[in-house]
Design a protein around this ligand. Structure first.
Ligand code: GDP
Ligand code: MG
Length: 270
């Protein structure tokens, strides 16, 4: 197996039943790890049935709802124990189209973290109320200006990590949930010097069920960003991007990463 997709579930019975075969139909040599928090709707039993049907499905059952952050951390730990290079994050609710998986695999040959972005080069969200979109977009502008991350979408949950990235992060020390978890993971990946790349993906409002992310997640994210702020001098210098096209900033970062990769390859050949 080349990689494992970690899918946290809480009340996603119908969705997970459809999603797993959809992923395997693509024959991408990926396994799936479902982390279920004892969903009252019986998602856990459906997951067990899928594991009987497909040998590359693994299910982690947790006693009760303990949050998205620790669910991912647990899934990552399991995946790191397997011989795979790529570890994916994906929602169970079809907001993340499995059709993009081959693109993630392709980009992860060159980049350590590939993020499926809703806001790169435009807005690619379908089915959200305007208010939700505005909140999400403003949150991402806030994050990029306080933390100085070269991304348009730091809260995205459709991702592919090379295993070295996850190995460099102490998963035990991550406390955050929901959006904060994605922000914190992006922060550590960037700080640890890994190359991050966004690819444009269309994000669709979930097919069935309901969102488990609430107001407290927004508050948590707001304070986390302040805590992880970049040096104040750097933040002030970065304000030029209010007027300049932010694309320049991101493009410059990609060029630096490509150059760095080139020089690493040369060093390896010598
Ligand atoms: N195991 C577990 N999964 C969760 C929890 N909260 C959310 N999820 C799952 O995480 C994914 C993303 O959550 P979702 O509610 O869709 O968030 P949204 O897309 O931001 O509205 C979905 O597959 C959920 O079922 C949790 O506490 N535990
Ligand atoms: Mg969702």
């Amino acid at each position: 197996m080349r990689g494992i997709i970690v899918i946290p579930t809480y009340n996603e019975r119908e969705n997970i039943e459809k999603l797993v075969p959809d992923i395997f139909n693509q024959n991408l040599d990926l396994g799936i790890t479902i982390v279920d928090d004892n969903s009252p709707d019986g998602t856990g039993e459906v997951a067990d049935r899928l594991a009987e049907l497909f040998p590359n499905v693994h299910v982690i059952h947790r006693r009760k709802k303990m949050g998205l952050g620790t669910a991912y951390a647990e899934g990552f730990r399991y995946a790191l124990g397997q011989k795979v290079d790529l570890i994916f994050e994906m929602d169970a609710d079809f907001s993340h189209d499995p059709g993009y998986l081959p693109e993630f695999i392709e980009w992860s040959e060159k980049y350590d973290l590939v993020v499926g972005s809703r806001y790169m080069g435009g807005v690619r969200v379908e089915g959200w109320r305007f208010r939700r979109l505005l909140m999400s977009k403003l949150a991402n502008i806030y994050i990029s200006f306080i933390m100085l991350l070269p991304l348009w979408d730091c809260t995205a949950g459709f991702r592919c990590y090379r295993r070295e990235v996850l190995e460099s992060i102490d998963l035990e020390t991550l406390h955050s949930d929901g959006y904060s978890f994605q922000i914190e993971m992006t922060y550590h990946s960037f700080k640890n010097g890994f190359a991050i790349r966004e690819i444009p993906v269309i994000f669709r409002e979930r097919e069935g069920g309901y969102s488990k992310i609430g107001r407290s997640d927004v508050r948590e994210a707001f304070f986390l960003v302040l805590k992880l702020h970049a040096p104040v001098r750097e933040i002030l210098k970065h304000f030029v991007y209010i007027k300049r096209d932010y694309r320049e900033y991101v493009e410059e970062y990609y060029q630096r990463m490509e150059k760095r990769k080139g020089s690493r390859e040369e060093a390896n050949q010598e």
